[in-house]
Design a protein. Structure first.
Length: 97
């Protein structure tokens, strides 16, 4: 996926997470980045209601704080919190024109 410029979203729900907390989410996101690179990772929040998530949108500020404490750069955080998805959508839009 990363080699083709794709993006994978980490769900914030079990069974994608071993435990439904933000520190586990950060651990999984870090692993995804270690494997695929920071340009290929995003939140796969499923905040659309299809899946009930124990970590909802109100946890994003706390998750961001955990990212900062873990030493993530502002650029990496922006990518994971939506920049990578926007880049992918913009690339797709350009192809469709």
């Amino acid at each position: 996926m990363a080699a083709r410029g794709g993006v994978i979203g980490q769900m914030l729900t079990p069974p994608a997470l071993a435990s439904p907390d933000l520190s586990d989410a950060l651990r999984h996101l870090t692993h995804f980045i270690d494997v695929a690179g920071e340009d290929a990772v995003a939140l796969g929040s499923d905040f659309d209601g299809y899946v009930t998530s124990p970590v909802d949108v109100t946890g994003i500020p706390e998750l961001t704080e955990l990212m900062l404490r873990a030493g993530w750069s502002a650029a990496r955080i922006r990518k994971v919190l939506g920049g990578n998805v926007l880049r992918l959508l913009e690339r797709r839009e350009a192809v469709l024109k």
